[in-house]
Write a protein that binds this ligand. Structure first.
Ligand code: KG4
Ligand code: ZN
Length: 329
């Protein structure tokens, strides 16, 4: 059984040792949109209210009780400290009451490990493969050679792809989080209507998204309020296109550099339809997990936990959370 509370989704899941998902409950807080972003203290307080009901719900859906659980897993970082603390305290409490072992999981390893699960439309992907993780907090390309780690080949030098999407969406007057709204608006627009930067001059495998939102801001100003309003769908489509192209360009380079012929994707931005379509054409085998396994969820944490050395009771009672990556991403 796994718990994930690193940002604003309160998640619990039940997964078997061989990677079958028995329950995957995600409670999106939906209270942060009015602030245009996640408010850490608000997120923590909501996790506190939701953690127990979400765990109960996951057990019920899996048709098990805590007596059937062999291992409790929890995201220990990176993420919002207060939010992580709620998940870790909940996991410690549940595990300690039954003297179960506890597995602390790295959130980013969780996104990678989503590809090791059985899903309705696919078998787990076995390493080695190339993995693109693009979320609201992180954007990186990694080489995955085993089940318990990865090597970062390139990462964003400034904003994460999801952050760029959310900021662009906000400029276009869309609600937070902007990804799904931007995707929907972009369907009625022309991706070639405007040319936004794809940082193609940046060599290597690193990403840069900070210039993109500034380019959108200037474009909106140049067009003037009325015209920008009229062409919102074109602006959304061209903006989304620039992000998809920048990600696809690096993926193509990385496949060539590494000689790997299999690609997996993850992170909230991997829920994006045009990105999924674009990347699907880049390698002979492309694993595109279902959307619910791309955005933050606890099934991916349970999946990663299967390859973590569990900490025995009572050694984990002093376990701490970490806000930034141990991997310095
Ligand atoms: O992985 P995730 O759920 O949380 C983090 O760990 O950050 O990613 C959230 C990010 C947000 O920036 C959100 O706007 C973006 O993923 N996102 C999308 C879509 N759905 C979520 N971006 C583009 N298209 C989508 N359909
Ligand atoms: Zn995430």
């Amino acid at each position: 059984m796994a718990i994930e509370t690193s940002c604003d989704d309160t998640c619990a899941a039940v997964v078997t040792g061989d990677g079958e998902i028995k329950a995957n409950v995600i409670s999106s807080q939906g209270v942060h949109d009015r602030y245009g972003g996640v408010v850490p203290e608000v997120a923590s307080r909501h996790h506190l209210e939701l953690a127990t009901p979400v765990v109960d719900d996951a057990l019920q859906r899996a048709e098990i009780t805590l007596d059937d659980v062999d291992l409790v897993a929890v995201t220990a970082g990176p993420g919002l400290v207060g939010a992580l603390l709620v998940g870790v305290a909940t996991a410690k409490g549940i595990a300690a009451a039954r003297q179960l072992p506890l597995a602390p999981v790295d959130h980013l390893q969780g996104h990678v490990a989503a590809n090791f699960l059985h899903t309705e439309d696919g078998e787990p992907l076995e390493p080695p493969f190339l993995c693109l993780i693009a979320s609201g907090g992180h954007t990186f390309l990694a080489r995955v050679d085993g089940h318990d780690g990865f090597t970062v080949l390139g990462q964003t030098l400034d904003d994460a792809a999801g952050e760029a999407i959310d900021k662009g969406a906000r400029l276009l007057g869309l609600p937070f989080p902007g990804g799904p709204h931007l995707e929907k608006l972009a369907r009625d627009g022309d991706p070639d209507a405007f040319a936004f930067p794809t940082s193609s001059k940046l060599g290597g495998l690193d990403f840069s998204f900070a210039g993109l939102k500034t380019a959108l801001l200037y474009k909106v100003r140049d067009l003037g309020e009325a015209e920008a309003q009229k062409r919102r769908a074109d602006l959304a489509a061209a903006y989304q296109h620039a992000i998809v192209e920048q990600l696809a360009l690096r993926v193509r380079r990385a496949l060539k550099d590494t000689g790997l012929d299999r690609l997996a994707i993850g992170g909230g931005v991997a829920a994006n339809g045009p990105l999924r379509e674009r990347l699907s054409a880049l390698a002979p085998t492309v694993k595109v997990p279902p959307r619910a396994l791309c955005t933050d969820n606890a099934a991916m944490i349970a999946s990663a936990a299967r390859y973590v050395e569990p900490v025995r009771f009572p050694d984990y009672l002093g376990l701490e959370v970490h806000a930034t990556g141990q991997r310095a991403l």
